[in-house]
Design a protein around this ligand. Structure first.
Ligand code: IPE
Ligand code: IPE
Ligand code: MG
Ligand code: MG
Ligand code: MG
Length: 325
């Protein structure tokens, strides 16, 4: 059984081989190389390899699909950073800030296509299933991203709507990363579905943790500007839970702050965080992350695989729950 760090090393080796440096026009390929070489946790392709390895010693079949998922994920980041007006990612300038928005759009488009090329460079008999699962997820991510944008200007978003939004923009990709690993190993259908369910719950925990770190994280560790979600008036888990738990005075302050047009960035972030602290939202969000992680564990433990191999995924889930990065 491969460990998480062995999987990550294999992924890094293969990403370094993606042929980009000699291609032209450089304006298209250089930003792709830049974002792929900036690192990142590589969680999704690691999940693919580990899921494959649950059912098969041979993970070669899963390597290109795993790369496809990582390239696709990085494509979504390029476009997401334009949409969210984010200037920093992985402790470096975002592509649209370093170059410009048009470059981030077209380089992102190219990455989407390259992702499909990698996805289809595997055993021919599994390609139809991979394409069907992957395209469904890709479209769901667009739906989630659009909901995320719609919510910025709405002030009646429920936690249920939020849950649907993060399931679509984030959780389905973690779920699909695992399912694709299982498809590559020709695992039984019921185990593919259980892995998907594990990934969905893990993905929910992952996005709530991301929301939490966006406000309470350490910028150097997290690699993104702290308070970015507040500046973009995102309806994050923290914001929605704050509205639910606040007294009338705190609630009107929150509404007021999110509709302020002329307040300084620092003051806006500071004042929103002050209310979150009064309401102990850090602890409350951590509890919700833990609940989703527990649900993920139940799905994981119902899979018919060796205890030892399942333990590696359990550990990974716990690390995701406690991550600062
Ligand atoms: C960021 O994903 C986008 C979200 C879904 C929150 P990651 O946190 O996996 O980013 P990298 O790839 O490790 O940088
Ligand atoms: C990201 O959500 C979801 C996708 C990229 C599809 P966020 O907007 O919260 O991700 P970060 O925080 O910018 O990484
Ligand atoms: Mg973003
Ligand atoms: Mg976003
Ligand atoms: Mg975020």
């Amino acid at each position: 059984m491969l460990t998480v760090s062995e999987c990550k090393d294999r992924i890094e080796l293969e990403i370094a081989k993606v042929p980009l440096s000699e291609k032209s026009p450089v304006e298209l390929y250089e930003p792709i190389n830049y974002i792929l070489q900036l690192g990142g946790k590589r969680i999704r392709p690691v999940l693919t390899l580990l899921a494959c390895n649950l059912f098969s010693e041979d993970i070669e079949n899963a390597m290109n699909p795993a790369l496809a998922i990582e390239i696709f994920h990085n494509f979504t980041l390029l476009h997401d950073d334009i949409m969210d007006h984010a200037e920093m990612r992985r402790n470096h300038a975002t592509v649209h800030t370093k170059w410009n928005e048009n470059i981030a759009i077209i380089s992102g488009d190219a990455m989407n296509i390259i992702a499909y090329q990698y996805l289809c460079n595997t055993s021919p008999e599994i390609i139809p299933e991979l394409l069907s699962v992957f395209s469904k997820t890709a479209l769901e991510i667009c739906e989630g991203q659009q909901l995320d944008m719609n919510f910025e200007t709405r002030n009646d978003v429920s936690i249920l709507e939020y849950s649907t939004m993060i399931k679509l923009k984030t959780a389905v990709l973690l779920a699909t990363s695992l399912k694709i690993g299982a498809i590559c190993a020709k695992a039984p259908q019921k185990d593919k579905e259980k892995l998907y369910d594990f990934g969905l719950n893990l993905g929910m925990a992952f996005q709530i943790q991301d929301d939490l770190l966006d406000t309470f994280g350490n910028q150097d560790e997290f690699g993104k500007s702290i308070g970015g979600d507040i500046l973009a008036r995102k309806k994050t888990f923290l914001y929605l839970k704050a509205l639910e738990l606040s007294n009338p005075n705190q609630k009107s302050q929150l509404y007021q702050l999110y509709s302020e047009k002329f307040i300084s960035k620092e003051k806006l972030i500071q004042n929103v965080i002050a209310i979150y602290k009064e309401l102990e939202l850090l602890k409350i969000s951590q509890n919700t992350v833990e609940e989703y992680t527990q649900k993920a564990m139940v799905a994981l433990n119902s899979i018919d695989a060796s205890k030892e191999s399942l333990l590696i995924l359990q550990h990974l889930a716990l690390n995701i729950m406690n991550r600062k990065v």
